[in-house]
Design a protein around this ligand. Structure first.
Ligand code: SAH
Length: 461
């Protein structure tokens, strides 16, 4: 790598895009110096204007496309460029999958220290979506005041400016009816949208969740106040839509980026969403995590189950279990499953879900995995044959990995939504007596740069 930057701001350079970065930007090199270019597609030959330089890397924008990559395509969404939601719509879907596969591969080699030849032998083809559009079962639209005008859409790339999105190509189009109706209601009743800077105005977000099984929608209006004027009118109108099953308010009065506040005010319809994955039914409370891409979730869970290699005799831990989705999948093939999750409401759902499905060999614990797991192991002497982890983006706490190693399960299935922290944790586990045996990507977030990965690690005896 070059010690000093060979480029200056406003330089024009010819650049070949080799790969994509973690935010979906194209990556090219000038004399070994890395340039990140938004909407650059691997295979593009570009004329790039340099807009920012740092010591070892910089940023550029496309001035012109000299030779487009064969993988370059026209984005379906007219605002895919400015909107912060999709960063890969300008690449063909097959190319997106190839790029995500490469991201997993490169990250496991670079950060995880996995030998590339070994990875070639153990990596399975990424699981792509049959339909990469309109797949999401959950949307959270920010509602903002712009000099008295109501804006509803998504945050722009790297900002909190609203990009209005009359149609979102990864969301269910039915949401448009709900949003249209709420906007009309707000205008008619003079209800103010939220102003983030002044921390004023009432309506902050529209959250909509869909049950794939029942094809119905639950609407939550997040408000910066304790009540919504004329809520009965909005209730009548929303519940009058044929597919809306439930309407709630959520109170969030904090100056925060966190969308949902702790208090729910249930207005009409069931308080919980019901859905199913395969033959297991789930009750999901509004504050609980639930995977956003139903078709891909099914593939992901089946892969996790396959990697767990259960015969019916195993004691299994499902750490970061949410509402117990993976736990209940595993329970049908295991002796006992112990699920651990930090959100109490999700654990309530998990217990209820076990009961709902007549599953008696699953127990659930509220708390941090890194605290509950050592307690169960050291104080209650509970051990595991198989451990499944599905942590948030920051990955597993190092102390948790130590406890897992002490417990010494035969197999460890790692489900990850961030290849970098996955690779970091794999490096730790490989140094402590486990070997990476299988890797498979899963495209849960089509058109975004995110990718899910499932790995199997085996204990070296
Ligand atoms: N396996 C579940 C949930 C995965 S998302 C599913 O597939 O639906 C990650 C979950 O980890 C979230 O529910 C989050 O609340 C939980 N979580 C975050 N930090 C945690 C910690 N330290 N210990 C236990 N759970 C945690």
């Amino acid at each position: 790598m070059k010690k000093s930057c060979p480029l200056n701001k406003n330089d024009m350079v010819e650049l070949y895009i080799e790969s994509i970065g973690s935010n979906g930007e194209g990556i090219g090199r000038v004399d070994g110096y890395t340039l990140f270019v938004r909407e650059g597609v691997p295979g593009d030959q570009l004329m790039v204007k340099v807009v920012k330089t740092k010591k070892s890397y910089g940023y550029g924008i496309i001035a012109s496309i000299l030779e487009p990559s064969p993988d370059r395509t026209e984005a379906l969404c007219p605002v895919a460029g400015p909107c912060g939601g999709c960063s890969l719509q300008h690449m063909s879907y097959q190319a997106q999958l190839k790029a995500k596969d490469k991201t997993i591969r490169d990250t496991l080699c670079r950060i995880g220290g996995v030998d590339p030849d070994r990875l070639d032998r153990i990596m399975e083809p990424i699981m792509g979506a049959d339909n990469p559009y309109h797949y999401r079962n959950k949307v959270q639209y920010p509602v903002r005041d712009n000099m008295g005008k109501i804006q509803i859409g998504f945050y722009g790339k790297g900002s909190h400016r609203i990009v209005e999105t009359p149609r979102c190509y990864i969301q269910d189009t039915y949401n448009e009816n709900i949003v249209g109706l709420i906007r009309e209601f707000m205008v008619e009743k003079g209800i103010k949208a939220y102003d983030e800077v002044k921390h004023k105005g009432l309506v902050r977000h529209i959250v909509i969740r869909k049950s794939n099984e029942k094809n119905i929608f639950h609407v939550i209006l997040v408000i910066n106040g304790q009540q919504l004027p004329e809520v009965e009118v909005l209730k009548e109108r929303l519940m009058g839509l044929d597919l809306v099953e439930s309407f709630s308010l959520n109170v969030n009065r904090d100056k925060t980026n966190v969308i949902l506040g702790p208090r729910m005010i249930h207005i009409d319809g069931p308080a919980y969403l019901e859905d199913s994955i395969d033959d297991i039914s789930y009750r999901i409370s509004p504050l609980s995590f639930y995977q956003v891409n139903p078709d891909q979730t099914l593939k992901l869970y089946h892969k996790a189950l396959e990697y767990a290699g259960l015969t019916g005799k195993e004691k299994v831990f499902d750490l970061y279990c949410g509402i117990g989705t993976i736990s209940l999948f595993l329970a049908k093939k295991a002796a006992h499953v112990y699920g651990v999750e930090i959100i109490g409401a999700a654990i309530d759902d998990a217990r209820e879900n076990a009961q709902l499905n007549g599953i008696e060999n699953a127990s659930f614990y509220t708390g941090k995995s890194e605290e509950v797991m050592p307690r169960l192991y050291e104080e209650e002497g509970i051990t595991a044959d198989v451990v499944v982890v599905d942590p948030p983006r920051k990955g597993c706490d190092e102390s948790l990995l130590s406890t897992i190693v002490d417990m010494s399960p035969r197999r460890l299935v790692y489900v990850s939504c961030d290849p970098s922290t996955l690779a970091r944790d794999i490096k730790i586990l490989e140094a402590k007596g486990y070997a990476l045996d299988k890797v498979c990507g899963c495209d849960m977030f089509c058109h975004s740069s995110h990718v899910e990965t499932v790995c199997l690690l085996n204990r070296i005896d």
